[in-house]
Design a protein around this ligand. Sequence first.
Ligand SMILES: NC(=O)c1ccc[n+]([C@@H]2O[C@H](COP(=O)([O-])OP(=O)(O)OC[C@H]3O[C@@H](n4cnc5c(N)ncnc54)[C@H](O)[C@@H]3O)[C@@H](O)[C@H]2O)c1
Length: 361
Amino acid sequence: MESLEGLIVAFNNFYSGKKVLVTGATGFKGSWLVLWLKKLGADVHGYALAPNTKPSMFEALNIGNQVLTVFGDILEREKLQKTFDDFRPEIVFHLAAQPLVRLSYAEPVLTYETNVIGTLNVLEAARKCGSVKAFVNVTTDKCYENKEVAKGYTEDCPMGGYDPYSSSKGCVEILSSSYRRSFLMKEDGYAMATARAGNVIGGGDWALDRLVPDCIRSINDGIKIEIRNPVAVRPWQHVLEPLSGYMVLAEKLYTQGIIFAQGYNFGPDEDSVLTVAEVSKLVTEYYGKGEVVVHKRDDLHEAGLLMLNVEKAAKELEWHPTWTARTAIKETVEWYRRFYAGEEMNAFTLDQIEKFERERK
Ligand SMILES: NC(=O)c1ccc[n+]([C@@H]2O[C@H](COP(=O)([O-])OP(=O)(O)OC[C@H]3O[C@@H](n4cnc5c(N)ncnc54)[C@H](O)[C@@H]3O)[C@@H](O)[C@H]2O)c1
């Protein structure tokens, strides 16, 4: 939204001066979110493990020098509680998780501990601290039982998940629903919603086994891009899309309370569904180099298409997808191109955020 002077009034200036804690602040989505909240004038603190990729978005944006970040595990209850008690946040965005499907097959215990028990610890720390009014609990579209059908999943579809990661996030949804009814519907409770978004792309993701980061790595290493499953179709959205949804949701939870304490889907339009082959080809086109080849598949189960129905977010939150998948890929490639050309990325990332704010629907 633009003011008369042409300045963008993002999120009605709601975040200015708000105390916000972001778990998972050293991760890909967390770093983008922290930078955006800082831009909006929020007082932001982070809680997360040290960055586990090299490079990392946290370091590329120099978040450590901009925001007090406590390096801690969400399984360390005392340290987590102390972080909440010292800072006394009003708003929590909980993003800390083990988010990788393929790693969840190798590390199922770590995945369930981090995602399920870790989330319970964060919910408890927020309740005991007493300062929290709004809590956005980030799960995923994979929390739904994937019936491999072409229709978009609505928020009341059954939870499930084939692989340990998806199932752990389905568990988080069930846990969150119980936690809300058992502990949060009281005077001293807070408004907590779960946010379900799908595959996101954007600059600064160096995680393993994610398509766009894999493509970028191969291009920069001067090797062919190997794709496992060229015909697999997925919905694609830029990281700023779900983050804008989380931020609208937190504002509603804060200002209007428990009527928004539910699950919300944040996904792209139907025309943002592209095959793995199409995405990797677009990456090479926008980058101006790179070659795609099909590599033999392994036997790990990979889910088929999973689309979200986003009518509830449109109706209740007035949230709508902004960029198409093609724009998202183009912006993402531009980010990496500049990073690998040695550009300072804080300013360019802020430019991309501002562009998104201007174009936001
Ligand atoms: N990236 C996607 O495509 C996508 C899609 C849907 C949902 N999500 C969800 O969004 C959230 C963020 O994902 P991301 O892509 O930024 O992942 P990421 O791996 O880049 O970041 C994960 C963050 O969690 C932190 N973390 C992990 N284990 C922790 C622990 N035990 N204690 C404290 N912190 C811990 C890491 O330090 C990091 O800051 C996750 O909850 C993920 O499930 C991501």
